[in-house]
Design a binder for this molecule. Structure first.
Ligand code: SF4
Length: 470
């Protein structure tokens, strides 16, 4: 059995009393796709555990296998279909859920033996299908869910999902048709979950949604009582409250904001970063810079003054890391538009950049746009943007050599023949799975994953740093 989560590891250190549940049906899980899908997998497994089910670490031991699919790009769809095929071949009793569930007919045509199919975040449907396929034990053990619920990420970091769906209609994206319009969670429920995660050992909270800046728009930022005061369902209140959490050892967890669109109120969270209340890191998927491409993409918060604001953010919080993603070769993108983007990147000096070649996704409005960019032009532009952003990243990282930075440890290696131990961690500029690493030499045997240590940076390359604990 595999839990496929773009490199995430299976849960460790959970207080699960396996002896009590020998007779419970066992569930296997294959989780594909983005952090939002990972959170869905965690929720489904948490519910199933509280219903008395056990987890199986392999296909052979599972009474039923859940495959949580990704349907965003054609390549992701194919990977999901292959995972369904593998689970059927290895186990035979398979329930499919997640984004690709929207294409139930296509899945059934290829795999008629699949037991049930549901879409993204359809928790009740998928749990109901498991109840049917492997009936719940008569004496369900309701206390089997560990503090902080079941996690598919390592114990020291957790994704915190604050809403589902999206009110925008970007031309290249089918997420609103898969996940629907924005539905925000109650702020008190989000904070309670965060508090539990931190109490259970989480040192880094990664706030995720489709559009974090829009949190609470659908509920008119409905306030709720939390610890004797009113807090609004709003990104700024959320950031401030998360920044006030403390672990059992009195450590402030890192709080990282993902999928933030540059609405005006984003300016309010920058001082919180400067104060050290939340991690100075903003993940803003700009996708492009040229005005006519952004217009054709129908991107939210697309306004001309973004560059000015990026400069202001850096004035307020010089250590801020800005990460973004860009699409090259969108229909109608001219050479001039692409050069505009490269110049914009020169000016913006973003710290971390991911680039994608435009890929038509079935059902996306962009597919009908005129002037598609030929594949070889897309490829050439992709290489040019990667070269540009790698050079910016290398210069930014080399400027960190000589500094002492806090680093969270993800993995500690085995001692080599000389007895020296290496470890892999991340600075505040690095989100797990998507950014770089800090590679540490000669760490003490007492250092363990989840520790936050001070590191003297000794070297850098295009994406990673190298150093030694102080
Ligand atoms: S903001 Fe745009 S890209 Fe992001 S989920 Fe909404 S529609 Fe898709």
């Amino acid at each position: 059995m595999r839990v496929v989560t773009r490199g995430n590891k299976s849960p460790k250190g959970q207080r699960i009393m396996a002896t009590k549940i020998e007779a419970a049906p066992k569930i296997g899980m294959v989780s594909l796709g983005c952090p939002k899908a990972l959170v869905d997998s965690e929720r489904i497994l948490t519910k199933l555990r509280s219903d008395g089910y056990a987890m199986s670490p392999d296909y052979a031991g599972a009474d039923v296998v859940l495959v949580n699919t990704c349907g965003f790009l054609d390549s992701a769809k194919e990977e999901s279909l292959e995972a369904i095929g593998e689970a059927l071949a290895e186990n035979g009793r398979v329930i499919v859920t997640g984004c690709l569930g929207k294409e139930a007919e296509m899945i059934r045509a290829r795999y008629p033996k699949v037991l049930a199919i549901s879409g993204a975040a359809q928790y009740e449907e998928v749990v109901g299908a498991v109840h049917e396929a492997a009936p719940m034990p008569v004496n369900a053990f309701i206390n089997l869910v560990p503090e902080g619920a079941l996690k598919l990420t390592p114990r020291h970091y957790s994704y915190l999902k604050i809403s589902e769906g999206c009110n925008h209609r970007c031309a290249f994206c089918i997420i609103p048709s898969i996940r629907g319009d924005l539905v925000s969670r109650r702020i008190d429920a989000v904070l309670r979950e965060a508090e539990k995660l931190v109490a259970a050992g989480t040192k880094e909270l990664l706030v995720i949604s489709q559009d974090t800046s829009a949190y609470g728009v659908d509920t008119r930022h409905e306030p709720r009582e939390w610890k004797g005061r009113e807090v609004r369902a709003h990104m700024t209140d959320l950031a401030r409250e998360l920044g006030g959490l403390r672990t059992a050892d009195g450590i402030s967890p890192w709080v990282r904001l993902h999928y933030v669109y540059p609405y005006p109120h984003v300016d309010q969270v920058i001082p919180l970063m400067a104060e050290g209340l939340i991690t100075p890191y903003l993940d803003i998927p700009f996708q492009h810079a040229a005005p006519n491409v952004l217009k054709a993409m129908k991107r939210p918060a697309n306004e001309a003054k973004v560059l000015e604001r990026v400069h202001k953010w850096r004035d307020i919080c010089p250590d801020i890391t800005i990460r973004s993603t860009f699409v090259v070769g969108f229909p109608g993108e001219t050479e001039a538009d692409f050069e505009y983007l490269l110049d914009w990147l020169d000016e913006a000096q973003l710290d971390r950049v991911g680039a994608f070649r435009f890929e038509p996704v079935e059902g996306a409005a962009a597919n009908a746009l005129p002037n598609p960019v030929p594949e070889e032009v897309k490829e050439e532009r992709y290489q040019r943007i990667m070269e540009k952003t790698a050079a910016i990243s290398a210069a930014k990282l080399v400027a960190k050599v000589g500094r002492i930075l806090p680093v969270i440890i993800d993995d500690v290696g085995e001692a080599d023949e000389d007895g020296s131990i290496g470890a892999t961690g991340r600075s505040q500029a690095d989100a797990p799975e998507i950014d770089g690493n800090v590679f540490l030499r000669d760490v003490a045997a007492t250092v363990k994953s989840g520790d936050i240590v001070e590191v003297q940076i000794e070297d850098a390359d295009e994406h990673d740093l190298f150093g030694v604990i102080q």
